[in-house]
Design a protein around this ligand. Structure first.
Ligand code: ATP
Length: 208
């Protein structure tokens, strides 16, 4: 029984997240995928209540069949993995997030608790990834897998929704319908990172 974990603010969940997870499930032969919706992502600004983000994530990831979606009370990955106490889990992340691994809380302990499955896309700077690997005691715990590039981020979707632009091309259909039904992100102040758009990862605000 192999278990994967995928964490995020999911404000909202989008097709980039789903593509990453689909590829990760296949690459690691995952029987279960625990989607962790970080209730209070610390320094990262969220526009939406945790229970609403949980609901959107359930809609986004349910079609995978293996996803179990829940709120995560821990903003930091290491604390979440300690609490989950899983046998040899694979923690899935985007390459942009992996580049910031040295700034996560206790990265060495993270790699003791889980292997990292890092989704890469064409255009990712391999030297940056190598530089991070060189800082690790256990680089053997990191596995890269390719995904098709999907230039989409939650912050961009919030910005689009706030100005009334369509978001259907960026989120699963049930998520788009629910965002419209609940009137989410209308006129909200947007901000935060840019997903895998290739921005400077040091400017990301997610503490992992
Ligand atoms: P924001 O724009 O608000 O920073 P985000 O789109 O980056 O949000 P998060 O919830 O912060 O979404 O990201 C959760 C995980 O999804 C991270 O591991 C991140 O690397 C990954 N991810 C984000 N965007 C993409 C994308 N377009 N394709 C693949 N993975 C992505």
């Amino acid at each position: 029984m192999s278990v994967g974990v995928f964490g995020g603010a999911f404000d909202p969940p989008h097709l980039g997240h789903v593509a990453l997870v689909r590829a990760g499930v296949e690459r690691f032969g995952l029987d279960r995928l625990l989607v962790r919706v970080v209730a209070d992502p610390g320094h990262k600004r969220v526009a939406t209540r945790p229970d609403v983000r949980l609901h959107l994530a359930e809609l986004a990831f349910a079609p995978l069949g293996v996803a179990e979606t829940a709120l995560d009370p821990f903003p930091r990955t290491v604390d979440s993995l300690e609490a989950l106490d899983l046998p040899d889990p694979v923690f899935l992340v985007g390459a942009d997030e992996f580049v910031s691994l040295p700034t996560w809380k206790q990265p060495a302990r993270v790699l003791e608790l889980a292997r990292l499955g890092v989704a890469t896309r064409p255009g990712i700077d391999g030297k940056q990834l190598d530089a991070v690997l060189e800082t690790l005691e256990r680089p053997d715990r990191v596995h890269f897998f390719p995904i098709d590039p999907l230039p989409v981020s939650s912050s961009e979707i919030r910005a689009r929704a706030a100005r009334g632009a369509p978001i259907d091309a960026f989120v699963p259909a049930p998520v788009a319908e629910e965002i419209a039904r609940l009137g989410l992100y209308r006129g909200v102040e947007t901000g935060g990172g840019g997903g895998m758009l290739g921005e400077d990862p040091t400017e990301r605000t997610t503490p992992t």
